[in-house]
Ligand binder design. Sequence first.
Ligand SMILES: C[S@@+](CC[C@H](N)C(=O)[O-])C[C@H]1O[C@@H](n2cnc3c(N)ncnc32)[C@H](O)[C@@H]1O
Length: 328
Amino acid sequence: MSARKPGSRTGWRELVLVVAPDVADDAAYWLTELGAEGAWQELGVEDRGSVEIRAYAAPKVDADAIVAEIEKLAPGWLRAPALVRPLVERPWAEMWKKHFRPAEVADGLWIARPRARVPMKRGDVCVRIEPANAFGTGLHGSTRVCLRHLRRMFGGGRGARVAKVLDVGTGSGVLAIAALHLGVPEAIGLDADVESVREARRNAARNHVEKRIALVAGGPETVTGRHPLVLANLTAPTLAALADVLTARVERERGTLVVAGITRAEEDDVRRLFVKRGFVAGAPLRDGDWSSFALRRAPARKTPAGASKARAAKPGRAKPGAASRGRR
Ligand SMILES: C[S@@+](CC[C@H](N)C(=O)[O-])C[C@H]1O[C@@H](n2cnc3c(N)ncnc32)[C@H](O)[C@@H]1O
């Protein structure tokens, strides 16, 4: 993230949206997707069940167009006319200090700024993140569900069972760092956005895990090999575009792929994508409208001795899909 301080002289503007609490995460997500920066919920501003979401628009970003697009995408979200005003107040970093509070995002798994006091219990772990501009403060539902998967898989120090995690679309590095804190020995974090990779490196150092993580600019095609756990908090269209290469990165035996960044409406399509490629989908974990599931490689079917020869002699009786599963 740049160290620039948004302010009136630099032409930055502040956007203020008033929405229902159940769409607050999504409103913040769309603000940043549409070009605003640093969307956050104003704490303590709750009026008859509404919350205030604020974000910043850089000088070259059309703040009014962002508001118009949100009104078009989600008619009815805004409970009051959106405000767009010149930003004249505190510097950026101070804003984050005020609004990014330690949060226990999964049982015993915390996210906090580097020096924040965290009321951890014995056995809890804390990922220290400086929010900056990379996605992944743990405040978004799609990140939280991934963290809950990691907690389920690796709680109680069980991370050491898995040798390595590949985190595709690492953003701030939050998921890879959480996996390392839960005991996974090594991680690779990939991101198409070079600035996110830089930020993830800084966060890795803040968490003293920089020697255990490789952070690389690029997508899953950038690396080779297969991994016991692949995390992909992306979007449904990106998961569809990357389905083959993600599949090729997952270990054939007992490998797991966690997909997220999916809305409930997209669940079935994404599940089908990967079931077709030989995975078995677990039950979804949900946070508001955000959904995620762990996909495991279907176990190789045990056949009685000689059965494969018999099938080879009668190819017409092979189960559909059996051949393609065998190739991966
Ligand atoms: C929704 S954010 C997730 C960040 C973080 N992993 C988390 O869970 O909070 C998705 C990230 O994926 C990155 N991304 C999008 N498409 C990608 C691709 N094809 N290859 C690698 N990274 C990608 C984006 O730059 C963004 O940082």
